[in-house]
Structures are given as C-alpha cells and as structure tokens.
Design a protein around this ligand. Sequence first.
Ligand code: UDP
Ligand code: MG
Length: 317
Amino acid sequence: MKGNILSIIVPCYNEELVLLDSAYQLGNLLKKLIKDKKVSEKSKIIFVNDGSIDKTWNIINDLQHRETIFSGISLSRNFGHQNAVMAGLSRAIKYSDMMITIDADLQDDINKIYEMVDYYLRNYDIVFGVRNNRKTDTKFKRWTAEGYYWLMTKLGVNLIPDHADFRLMSKEAVQALLLYKEENLFLRGIVAQLGFKSAKVFYKRKERKAGKSHYPLKKMLELAINGLISFSELPLKVIGLCGILMLIFGLGKQVIFKGNTISDLADLFCIFTGIQLLALSIIAIYLGKIFENVKNRPRYIIEQDTYSKSMAADKRQ
Ligand code: UDP
Ligand code: MG
C-alpha cells in the first residue's frame, strides 16, 4: 500500500506580512485532506526560514507551539529560494512519502493541492503546477519569459513553460533530485529532467497580497543566467565563435587587400584578439567545469530543525 504522509514545504524570507494568513489557509487545507483520509495524520507543513531578518522565525515558532501540524527549519543565513527548498526537501524526505513545495505568499492556487495528491495516489511521481496565463505579469516579464523559454528549448533544455516551483514530488523523485550535487541549482530545469511518471495541473496565479517580491529584475536575470549556464555551454561557445569571426575577418582583409590598406594595424589586432579569445574560451570551458566541481560548498546550513525533532518524538511514542 502506497504511503501517504504529505509534507508541504514553504520557503520563507522576510514574510512576516503574509505568513499568518498563509499558514491559516494551508493549515485548513491540510486538515481537510487528513479528514478526508487522502493523506496521513502525520502530514505536516514545514516552513523553511531562509535567514529572515524580520519576525518570520518568531511567527513560525508561535505556529508550531500552537498546532502540531506546523513545524519549522531555520537556516543560519539567507541561502536563496532554491537552496531553502532543497533544505526542506532533504529533511522532509526522511518522514514523508510525498512533498509539495509552494511559495509563502500563496500566489499559487492551494486548492490544486487536492488534484496533486490525487495524481500521486494514482501513482504519479511528479505533478507540476503550471500557470494557465500570465495576466498578472507586466508585458516586459511576459515577453522576457517567452523569449527565455524559446531560447532554452532551442538549446535542448526540457523546461516546462510557466511552471515555477509549485510542484508535488514522490519520495522516489526527491531521492533522485538529491543526487544532483551541483552548487547553483535551477530546480525547475533539473526536476523536468528527472524523468518519472508526471502530470500537470493548471491554475491562475494571483498577485502577492502583501510584502514585496524577492525576485526583482536583477535576481530574475541571475536565476535565468544560472539556468542557462548550468544546462548549456553555449555562452562559452559564443565567445569562441566571436574569436573565429574576428580571425576570419582580419585574415580575409589581409588576403584581399594584400596588406595595403590603411588599417593594417587594426587587422593585426583583430587576428591576435581572435586567437586569444578562442584560446581563452577553450580554457574557460574546462576551468568552469573544474571550478564548479572542486568547490563542493554546502548549499545551506541548518541552524534549527524543530521539524525533525517533532517527527522523531512522534515515532518514539
Ligand atoms: N524566498 C526565499 N529566499 C530568498 C528569496 C525568496 O526563501 O532569498 C522565498 C519567498 O519567501 C517566497 C518564495 O521564495 O516564499 C518566492 O519568492 P517571491 O514570492 O518573492 O518571488 P516571486 O513570486 O515574486 O517570483
Ligand atoms: Mg511570490
């Protein structure tokens, strides 16, 4: 018989303005799932405090004292959204059969969690939450997102358009995900690569009720570039290509005009810069790979884990 302990993992960074309301809504939903016997009564909501500097961790602590359905993990500092999600998954996997990740602001439709759990009970391992429109986004965000998905598809990266980090994964799928040791995670790319039997649920994404987005343009760009770099060597190849083009251009001019042009010096400059860029880019491909592998830094550091403590205590009883 398939296990049905669910953990809902909620990364939180400075979310004091929305957290109580989100906890209330998620708590009610989980209680209903338990009452309907869809999930086990050992199921939990795990808030991962990602080094917040506001009252987020105090609120999480209050919540877990008030109701056993809530629990928390606190990271030693801010490690970023993707790492906070991984920290939650890495602890939850010990006591859970399925795990759902969802943002603390509940912009994603929590009612879709029923559908996700149903898919899991029908033997699906991954259920992707997918936005059915981007009406709440600015035109700029819509265009850049479309351009990005187009580019990634052309590069052969299997991304699920309009899926972010609202998803269900079975224990087996999370186990596979945890085998990926790379430092800069791009979860939506890696999870889509895992394989497994998967499904999609579609929903309308709401606007954030309070607080502000932690993904301003600069961070969005970082995430996008990180996704590109970790799945493709194209940027390095482009440098090499520039080198080759400059080389051909410089040499071509020399051959055609037999070195009689007024810009001989400029042509020589082109040839040498071309050769140098080409060589540098080849070295950089290797260097980048080695650099990524040798650092082997922890993706997150857990300072407090009241979740595991409470689960271990439950087991002893
Ligand atoms: N978050 C996090 N660490 C960070 C930044 C964000 O844990 O360094 C969490 C944040 O609290 C939220 C989720 O990641 O639960 C997504 O962030 P946000 O809602 O700001 O992103 P947006 O929806 O604007 O893309
Ligand atoms: Mg949000």
